[in-house]
Ligand binder design. Structure first.
Ligand code: HEC
Length: 190
C-alpha cells in the first residue's frame, strides 16, 4: 500500500514536470503584437537605405547598412520592453556572424522556400526558442533597390562589388532575383 502511494506520488510529480515543460503560446496573440513592430522596423530600414543609396556613394551606403540595421535593432528592442531582441536571418548570409539562423529557424526558412516553389505565399510563423516565443516574418525581395546589393554579381557596380568584398569576404547574399525569399525578420519575445 505504502509502496503504491509512493509510486503514485512520483508519477504525479513526473506528469506535473512534463506539463510545465510544454509551454504553449498563442500564435494569434504573438502575431498580432509583432506585426506593427515588424512593419515599423522594415519601413525604417528601407527609408535609411533609400537615403544612403540616393547619395550615389555605394561604399558609404554599405557602412550605413551595416551600422544602421544594428542600431535600429537595438532601438526597437529598447522601445518595446517585452521584446528580448530583434534580428534578420537568412539561408545565404552576408553577415554570417549575426544572421545565421538557429536550427529550427533554418528548417522554417526551408519550409517557406518550398512553399514558394509550389506557388504559395510565405506566411509569418511562430517558433519556441529556448522556451520563449519568436515570431518570424518572411523577407521577400520585392523592391528592385535590393538587387543593387543582392542581385547578380555581373550587373553590380564595380565600386560596390569591391566594397562588399572588402567588408564581407565570405558574402553569400548575392545572385538573388526579384521575388526570391531573402530571409526573415525575427522578433524574440521575453
Ligand atoms: C547598399 C547595399 C544594400 C542594399 C541596397 C540592400 N542591402 Fe541588404 N544588406 C547589405 C549589407 C551590407 C548587409 C549586411 C549588414 C550587416 O553586416 O549586418 C545586408 C544584409 C541584409 C540581410 C540580413 C541577412 C544577411 O545576409 O546578413 C537581409 C535580410 C537583407 N540585407 C535584405 C535586404 C532587402 C530586403 C533589401 C531591399 C529593401 C536590401 N537588403 C538592400 C547591403 C544592402
Amino acid at each position: 500500500m505504502m509502496l503504491r502511494s509512493i509510486v503514485l506520488i512520483f508519477m504525479c510529480l513526473f506528469l506535473v514536470g512534463c506539463v510545465q515543460q510544454k509551454q504553449e503560446f498563442s500564435t494569434e496573440e504573438y502575431l498580432q503584437k509583432s506585426k506593427p513592430i515588424a512593419m515599423e522596423f522594415s519601413n525604417a530600414l528601407k527609408a535609411e537605405l533609400q537615403k544612403a543609396i540616393s547619395t550615389g556613394d555605394f561604399a558609404s551606403a554599405i557602412e550605413v547598412c551595416k551600422k544602421v540595421s544594428h542600431e535600429k535593432e537595438i532601438e526597437f528592442t529598447n522601445t518595446h520592453p517585452d521584446v528580448e531582441s530583434l534580428r534578420r536571418i537568412s539561408l545565404k548570409t552576408r553577415n554570417a556572424e549575426t544572421h545565421t539562423p538557429k536550427p529550427n529557424e533554418k528548417e522554417w526558412l526551408i519550409e517557406m522556400e518550398n512553399l514558394m516553389k509550389r506557388g504559395e505565399d510565405p506566411k509569418p510563423g511562430l517558433l519556441v526558442i529556448d522556451e520563449h516565443p519568436a515570431v518570424l516574418f518572411p523577407i521577400v525581395l520585392d523592391n528592385p533597390v535590393c538587387l543593387v546589393c543582392h542581385g547578380a554579381e555581373e550587373f553590380m557596380v564595380p565600386e560596390l562589388k569591391q566594397a562588399l568584398q572588402k567588408h564581407y569576404p565570405n558574402d553569400q547574399a548575392i545572385g538573388y532575383q526579384q521575388g526570391d525569399l531573402r530571409g526573415a525578420l525575427v522578433i524574440y519575445w521575453k
